[in-house]
Design a protein around this ligand. Structure first.
Ligand code: FAD
Ligand code: SF4
Length: 486
């Protein structure tokens, strides 16, 4: 034990990816974290101590990526082997390497974390695929591509739909993916801002998936452009990876006033301009240049809005959050980045009313100071308003960033698909496979089933649905798609 402890203490300190200086990065939408050089990646990979058989990073990664083995291959300079291994358990490894909250997942469980800092697993995962693709490597296309007669329709090209399509295509199933947006990725493309995830990566992934035989039908909304019943009769199975798009409201009066905007339409409109796509009537452009912007909410979506407002030239950008800094639900790293870029934070301030001028436009947000009280049913301490502490924070634009809940899908209602009390699609009930709905041909996964969560968990669900669809189609031969060491 003493030798092992010494070896932990002897490791050099974590050396993760460099980020661009704040002064520079807030001028544009390019990714702030830089890729690792080969030497940097090798040195960081060599810090892994290859703990016993049950590496905790492996089982806390929702995909069970073979992390110690990937680190060993990188340390030996075997990048192509590492890319192949990475693609066995993940459909979008370079994307997860960029957007997973690693501090809560793989890196949070790294044995080195309390000693010299967790190995920079996310940065290395990104490095592996970025480098292999730059060297001309291309993910292996299934040898039995389109050799089978079965056809499966996937609705939604987000991480759940892409994970499902990836596994099915590798099994030679013909997969058609339908999405109402003009590019694949779902919230990867039209939610997560470009400074966290370069949109070119999705265009590259579309090419990769196309080369595997997956066909994308973009700008095509099921229930509007094509009837769902048409898909049900044309395909052997249908996967629903439709996300959750109903925006949560603050419950304040005058939330529809000019100057009050919702987080996702703001982020989508901004992403479309960065991608040189025309503005869309459903998510019109919102001018923030020279405006005083206040974002209400304290999660990752709020951080994305704040940092987008900075880049769009707002005169001031403030985050108002009803709890204290320690209680913020999102990634601490993103709070640091926002602060570095010039965001002001106002903690323990709960919205009370929207202040407007004679024309009905927003001029400020009425807030009341809070103290944290006893924990509620979710275990988090409840903010208690301090009587008489109301004040108004001036604002030209108020951004509501309170999260998402399931949207209505009337086109599903006549097809035996059931929903829980929150509107989430129910799967895995009485005798069904874990991702199968009450209709035997309809499967579902991702945010639409488990609620708004993460890219990696949506992908896991999509990949599981593909396995369930294969079982339903009578193919139960094993699929190598995770590396669980449990
Ligand atoms: P989505 O990504 O929402 O994809 C659903 C797709 O279905 C969409 O493309 C939609 O157009 C399509 N669709 C829906 N209905 C239809 C229809 N009728 N016809 C055709 N197409 C349809 N997670 C992280 O892990 N890291 C992050 O940094 C992170 N940042 C985030 C930032 C923001 C602003 C938001 C909103 C979310 C963030 N998330 C993050 C969460 C993550 O993006 C989601 O959990 C994940 O994308 C869910 O995947 P999904 O495939 O279930 O749904
Ligand atoms: Fe870590 Fe996410 Fe990669 Fe898994 S997918 S190894 S959790 S960064």
């Amino acid at each position: 034990a003493a030798v092992r402890r010494q070896s932990l203490l002897d490791k050099p300190a974590r050396n993760g990816a460099e980020k661009l200086p704040a002064i520079q990065r807030k001028m544009h939408f390019e990714e702030i974290y830089q890729g690792l050089s080969s030497l940097h990646a090798v040195n960081e990979s060599q810090r892994c101590i290859h703990c016993a058989q049950k590496a905790r990073c492996n089982w806390t990664c929702p995909l069970h990526n073979a992390i110690p083995e990937l680190l060993r291959l990188v340390a030996e300079g075997k990048i192509i082997e590492a890319a192949e291994l990475s693609h066995q358990s993940s459909s979008l490894p370079e994307i997860c390497g960029r957007v997973c909250p690693q501090e809560r997942l793989c890196e949070g469980a790294c044995t080195l974390k309390p000693h010299s800092g967790a190995v920079a697993i996310g940065n290395i995962e990104r490095y592996i695929t970025d480098t292999a693709l730059a060297q001309g490597w291309w993910p292996k296309v299934s040898p039995d591509i389109a050799t089978r007669k079965e056809r499966v329709a996937v609705i939604g090209a987000g991480p759940a739909g892409l994970g499902c399509a990836d596994i099915l295509a590798r099994r030679g199933i013909q997969v058609d993916v339908y999405d109402r947006y003009p590019e694949i990725g779902g919230l990867l493309t039209f939610g997560i801002p470009p400074f966290k995830l370069d949109k070119q990566l999705l265009a590259m992934r579309r090419e990769i998936f196309n080369s595997m035989g997956i066909e994308f039908h973009l700008n095509c909304e099921i229930g509007r452009d094509i009837a769902f019943s048409e898909l049900l009769s044309s395909y052997q199975a249908v996967f629903l990876g439709v996300g959750t798009y109903d925006l949560m409201r603050a419950g304040l009066e005058h939330e529809d006033s000019p100057g009050v905007v919702q987080a996702l339409p703001l982020l989508t409109a901004s992403a479309r301009r960065v991608m040189n796509l025309a503005d869309d009537a459903a998510t019109p452009w919102i001018e923030l240049a020279g405006k005083h912007v206040v974002v209400l909410g304290g999660g990752d979506t709020a951080m994305d809005c704040l940092r987008t407002a900075i880049r769009l030239g707002a005169a001031s950008v403030t985050c108002a959050y009803r709890r204290d800094e320690a209680s913020m639900p999102g990634s601490k790293k993103e709070v640091v980045n926002a602060r570095e870029e010039g965001v002001e934070f106002l903690f323990n301030a709960q919205p009370q009313f929207i202040e407007r001028n004679d024309n009905g436009a927003v001029t400020g947000i009425g807030l009341i100071r809070t103290l944290l009280g006893e924990p509620g049913s979710d275990g988090r301490r409840r903010p208690q308003p301090v009587v008489g502490s109301e004040f108004v924070l001036p604002a030209d634009v108020l951004v509501m960033a309170f999260g998402f809940q399931p949207h209505a899908m009337p086109w599903l209602e006549t097809h035996q698909v059931t929903f829980d009390k929150y509107g989430l699609i129910e799967t895995g009930k009485a005798g069904r496979l874990s991702t199968q709905t009450q209709h035997p041909k309809i499967f579902a996964g991702g945010d639409a089933v488990h609620g708004a969560d993460l890219v990696v968990t949506a992908m896991v669900a999509g990949r599981q649905a593909a396995r369930d669809i294969l079982v339903m189609l009578g193919d139960s031969s094993p699929i190598q798609c995770s590396h669980s060491q449990e």
